[in-house]
Design a protein around this ligand. Sequence first.
Ligand SMILES: Nc1ncnc2c1ncn2[C@@H]1O[C@H](COP(=O)(O)OP(=O)(O)OP(=O)(O)O)[C@@H](O)[C@H]1O
Length: 235
Amino acid sequence: MDTKEHRLLVEITDATKVFYSGKLATNVLKNVDLRIYEGDFLMILGKSGSGKTTLMNIIGFLDRLTTGTYSFLGEDISHLSENKKSEIRNQNVGFIFQQFHLIQSLNVSQNVELPLVYGGESNRKERLKLSKKYLELVGIPEKMQAKTTELSGGQQQRVAIARALINEPLIIMADEPTGALDSETGAGVMELLKGLNRSGKTIVMVTHDEDLLAYATRVIRMQDGSFIEEERMNG
Ligand SMILES: Nc1ncnc2c1ncn2[C@@H]1O[C@H](COP(=O)(O)OP(=O)(O)OP(=O)(O)O)[C@@H](O)[C@H]1O
């Protein structure tokens, strides 16, 4: 299924990740195979310590495999330099975290613009235009000049989503994006993510909340560094 609509974005093959602490080796990922196609809303579930964050870090180019291969858009990225991987990451991956990770000394728009700044966009008007566009998309255009500390949790996560989208990345990586929100606010954030997915955005999300699986098109369950089950749903 490698059509134009469903390009193969990520292909991880026979992957292992070992962390060493002195002489002690911990096998955190064990012979994992994973393909992520454009348009997937993939949820990764598993108990604490099962390897979810490690896998997310690898998919998002924040960490490297111990053995195995990682191809992104058909290119083997296992041996690229950290600089090159940072460049690919900034262009292709947007991150959303449980605790939002906004910078309090910057206003809302400046937070949203950050990936553009890192990407070298020096035209302030252009940055403002795009930040407005994405704050409209996430439903809080009126908060452009607000301080992040004046926002509710749900609004802060919307700012983080706008920031994740502004570079038009191929993949959104979301680590427990509703974990710090009450269930109603969390449902609003999930509806927003689902809307993005329906319009074609690929999302990879870690959760421990079984109730959120209904938003996914694929679910992978992890245990002790291995995939124990994969389900496909209508999403
Ligand atoms: N940098 C590291 N050095 C050594 N061990 C690590 C490192 N990072 C993670 N681990 C270990 O790898 C295992 C998997 O950790 P990981 O954070 O991927 O799990 P997780 O499923 O995301 O857990 P949680 O749901 O608690 O976030 C754990 O046993 C953890 O202690």
